[in-house]
Design a protein around this ligand. Structure first.
Ligand SMILES: CC(C)(COP(=O)(O)OP(=O)(O)OC[C@H]1O[C@@H](n2cnc3c(N)ncnc32)[C@H](O)[C@@H]1OP(=O)(O)O)[C@@H](O)C(=O)NCCC(=O)NCCS
Length: 164
């Protein structure tokens, strides 16, 4: 990875690469496992093809297991404003510093025009909120009952911003 995290567990075999169409089915499957409202394959295709997007994956190139996508991030940037639209780490790989490294790298790799990065997150998503606050994002607004999960659960969104 381009960013070294403080945690030693992050594997040397894990590399940061641009997201490509060939990765999308693995990413969509991973997203179904870690998010209560996962994107469809069509949504992933749209985000991969669109010109303003900046999309990255973490790929485990461990020779014993074969190449495997273990993380993804998806951002959009227009002039000074960027937004982190999605980030995730595979279930079995969470808690090892990968999400932090991926987010740091994704922010560094935004276009030079980017001055702020926004994101929204479910209020109950404590791991993600802690990660964002650790990297300097500040909560600036909330959207009441913004998410309606397929389970029927309704939840507020929190909006965070970081000055780059
Ligand atoms: C959020 C997510 C990307 C974090 O990735 P990760 O690789 O597990 O996180 P890291 O190991 O890099 O941890 C970095 C920081 O995140 C926070 N964090 C991570 N897991 C946490 C947990 N289970 N509980 C509380 N805080 C947690 C901590 O601040 C941690 O720093 P610390 O180790 O110094 O305490 C990952 O949990 C994930 O994919 N979640 C499901 C998808 C999702 O919710 N994405 C965000 C959508 S808005």
């Amino acid at each position: 990875m381009t960013q070294v995290t403080e945690k030693a567990e992050a594997s040397e075999s894990i590399k940061l690469s641009p997201m490509r169409e060939v990765h999308l089915s693995q990413i969509a499957e991973m997203h179904r496992q870690i998010n209560p409202s996962p994107w469809s394959l069509d949504q992933w295709n749209t985000c991969c093809e669109a010109p303003l997007y900046s999309n990255w994956i973490l790929e485990d190139k461990d020779l014993d297991v074969g190449e495997q996508v273990v993380g993804f991030s998806c951002s959009i940037c227009s002039g000074p404003e960027a937004e982190l639209l999605n980030i995730g780490v595979a279930q079995g790989k969470q808690g090892k510093g990968l999400g932090e490294g991926l987010l740091r790298s994704s922010l560094l790799l935004l276009p030079e025009t980017a001055e702020h990065c926004f994101l929204e997150v479910r209020r109950s998503n404590i791991p993600a909120i802690n990660l964002y606050e650790k990297l300097g994002f500040e909560s600036i607004a909330e959207r009441k009952d913004y998410y309606r999960h397929s389970s029927g659960v309704v939840e507020d969104a929190l909006i965070f911003r970081k000055t780059l």
